[in-house]
Design a protein around this ligand. Sequence first.
Ligand code: 13P
Length: 336
Amino acid sequence: MSELNNIALKIIGNGKGILAADESTGTMTKRLDNVKIESNPQNRLLFRETLFSSASMKDCIGGVILYDETIKQSNASGKKIPELIADSHAVTGIKVDSGAKTLPNSPEEKITEGLDGLRERLKEYYKLGARFTKWRAVYTISEKYPSDLSIYSNAHALARYAALVQESGMVPIVEPEVLMNGNHNSEDCFQKTSEVIKKCFEQLELHKVELKGTILKPNMILPGSDSDERIDTLKIAEMTIKCLEESVPSEVPGIAFLSGGQTEKEATKNLNQINIKNETNFIMTYSYGRALQQSALKFWSKDLKNIKGTQEVFNHRAKMCSLASKGEWTEKVENI
Ligand code: 13P
């Protein structure tokens, strides 16, 4: 087994998943504004280090994705954040794209930027302790979109990114996110997500990316947030598995879903059903941002000093996700 494959399995194997705590300062400021907490480097660090030093990190979190600000911070006792993460035997990851910008000649769509100077930045992040990375491409569904241009150009950028990351000795998370926004139905989501993922792997293979040392981070197959369609968890799981089985090469060790606007419970329940039904060899786990942090953030915002209470809320959520990654979650354990 290659070294990259070992890292990938350490991150997503054994009932573990990923804590996506890599919100850019802009996004984190929105999250903190929502709970009426001032967004400054100290508060952003305090919330994040509270999660990273929680008891559930050891059993439930194999990797944490950080933002540039956080990977360079130390806690109050002088411990560097990647070291704090390593104390729980989790792997430090880093978001390396510089965001989704207007796609030239298709101004309603986005292209993710950040390739310029990436090789040098990766060297720096490796020295800081990162062993995996994330790059997110976004696509919206409507009658005209995503266009071939957006599907191709984002796949190309993801492949160039992934090749550079592996050259630096790290595992790339490839995240093509088909957004939930819109009134499309689940079948549209299935079709577009399949098309997007297939194009990504076509480009990854062209760029000679080692698939065994790659993690895919896709959306689940869901109706759009403004759609009238109601489908149950079983249908979501079946469509999601079918899409991935048909679009992802079997060498890929695992798939870590984003939560993408689902509630914490929906994201847990859907992942659980996916694992009950999963007959593929892919590990299917979580790489959640909001669906791991929302309740903890809300609780913390009421009293920034209540570290223990905040950690209890986070521990419960992380435990539920870990059970779901093994198909062992139930309503009963959720409500304990
Ligand atoms: P959500 O789980 O909140 O969608 O975030 C995951 C993520 O990392 C998006 O890039």
